[in-house]
Design a protein around this ligand. Structure first.
Ligand code: PBG
Length: 322
């Protein structure tokens, strides 16, 4: 029964009162900024489908990370675009790969924020799939073995957290065992445990040059129609040794963020992906929406229960929130 005298508007009557009763605040320390690192030097190439996002060379990335740290962000997540690709994606784990080199440059520079790395093969393989192809299919076991190698190479170069994003089975256990064996038992795994086969990754695939040459990723990424399966994926990854569970995309999947959080109690990250970002940026450019739309999306992701939010808009949000 609702109190007949209930007057909800009393608590909305002035900015001071609204501020006092506001339930959700997003501290900049919860935000993680994705950065794309490519070959060459002196490069800062705009990504056409992602206004405000650049692909930089290793020598340029320190500037972005310094800015992220100054803005009080919690972390950056690094994506590499290699010099050359092959069927195996072998540049993903070489010591002089773009991400490994960037980590060695950045490691001594940063103190506060976390250096996170995306662990996947899709930007490194000539066919653009997230794994090794055998008999026309992405083969699970050979892929997992490569992923473990990539994760170790990132930890060795100075990553604080590794984030496998491939959706192969058993890869969290394999990455955990490889890290432990190689002297990195303290390096946490942020698992993209719940990654949907989403149409919202389009602009990212431009940025990372990682669109599959043919076919799609529905053989390993999840069906957007499924929620119970998301809970099983999250629990399986935790059992294998994941420390943080990531849900991706964010906006259409806030129910999943909430359910994973409630079910597991583990730290949950949500990734506001390229398509979510670009759609709103395009509307802002047109004058159809204003920046409040992006702020609202980010606050909503936190309200749904995400502890960590990966967003291309992290610096802008931090500037506003700070
Ligand atoms: C790599 C990966 C993808 C994203 C993050 N890691 C893309 C994909 O599966 O194609 C998407 C991020 C975004 O869209 O912003 N496997």
């Amino acid at each position: 029964m609702v109190d007949p005298n209930f007057r909800g508007r009393r608590l909305r009557g002035s900015p001071a009162i609204r501020r006092l009763v506001r339930e959700t605040a997003v501290s900049p320390r919860r935000l993680v900024l994705p950065l794309f690192i490519g070959p060459g030097s002196g490069r800062r190439d705009p990504v056409p489908s992602m206004p405000g996002v650049f692909r930089t060379s290793v020598d340029e990335v320190a500037r972005d990370v310094a800015e992220a740290e100054a803005a009080g962000l919690g972390g950056v997540i690094l994506f590499g675009i290699p010099e050359g690709k092959d069927a195996e994606g072998s540049e993903a784990w070489t010591e002089d790969g773009v991400v490994q080199r960037a980590l060695r440059v950045l490691r001594p520079e940063v103190s506060e924020l976390a250096l996170i790395t995306d662990v996947c093969l899709c930007a490194y393989t000539s066919h653009g799939q997230c794994g090794i192809i055998e008999h026309g299919r992405v083969a699970n076991e050979p892929t997992v073995e490569r992923l473990a190698r990539i994760a170790v190479s990132h930890a060795a170069a100075g990553a604080d957290i590794v984030a496998p994003s491939d959706m192969m089975d058993g890869r969290v256990r394999a990455v955990r065992e490889a890290l432990d064996r190689s002297g990195f038992p303290e390096t946490p795994i942020m698992s993209y445990a719940v990654k949907y086969a989403s149409a919202f990754y389009g602009p990212f695939r431009d940025a990372a040059d990682s669109a599959p040459g043919s076919g799609d990723r529905k053989g390993y990424q999840m069906d957007p129609a499924n929620a119970e399966e998301a809970l099983r994926e999250a629990e399986a990854d935790l059992a294998e040794g994941a420390d943080i569970i990531l849900v991706k995309p964010a906006q259409g999947y806030l129910d999943i963020v909430r359910r994973v959080k409630e079910r597991t109690g583990a730290p949950v990250a949500a990734y506001q992906v390229s398509g979510e970002y670009s759609a709103v940026m395009a509307a802002i450019k047109q004058g159809w929406l204003d920046e409040g739309a992006m702020r609202e999306m980010i606050v909503s992701i936190r309200r749904a229960g995400a502890d960590i939010i990966i967003t291309y808009w992290a610096r802008e949000f931090a500037r506003w929130a700070g």
